[in-house]
Design a protein around this ligand. Sequence first.
Ligand code: DGL
Length: 269
Amino acid sequence: MEAQRPLGILDSGVGGLSVLRHVRAELPHENLLYYADQAHVPYGPRPAAEIRAFTETITHFLLEQGAKLIIVACNVASAAALTHLRATFPETPFVGMEPAVKPGAAVTRSGKVGVLATLGTLSSQRYQDLMARYAQGVQVMADPCPGLVELIEAGRVDTPETERLLRSRLEPMLAAGVDTLILGCTHYPFVIPLIQRVAGPGVTIIDPAPAVARQTRRVLAEGDLWTTSAAPGRLRLYTSGDPGRLADLAGRFLPDLPQPLLISQKCFT
Ligand code: DGL
């Protein structure tokens, strides 16, 4: 039963859960497998070849579990590995992520947008191509927010330390007139309330996850892969780190997830 197989979602850690919540809302009957590579988080500072190797191994694993489509719910992994994954698994549809430069450029009134993404994403060819294509006539200020992924992985989404870090990275952008912030890392939506507090209500924050969920729906429809089940989709999580920590973070970040969460440890050597 091809169509009843689950969707696979992967990220370096809990960031992809910010995508998973929109996928569940868009496709409530699909079964989902989520893999958090928490033994290797953060991916941002790692060489692209290493990220390709990690995501290839995880994709193998998710396909073994029956995944019919893979969502690379990680910007830096999409930049480093999406082309490689598509070539390595030609039968499998992939949905990737990229900073939403095009929508950001369309909504800014000041003509100045900020991109918050990890170093690996900002230094990638994919990002350079996006800028060349969609950022014409718009001034873009990008910041890698070093340490923010680690704070979010530690569950510190609303602490004075996280607020200090965000203030120090956002204030130069805001002073320069940025009125739109593009979240180019899937971990960052979990600090949207804090970003909005620091940036003020006049700044638009763009999370690309709803668009990724809609794209997933389109790809399923094109491949005739849509589940025919009318039951709520099941969810299973895997981590290469500590399942207890993932359970704690997932429960805090997404309190609507069905409890108890099914979480297994799956490491690769
Ligand atoms: N969540 C990932 C992204 O969207 C990156 C986090 C990391 O550096 O591991 O880029």
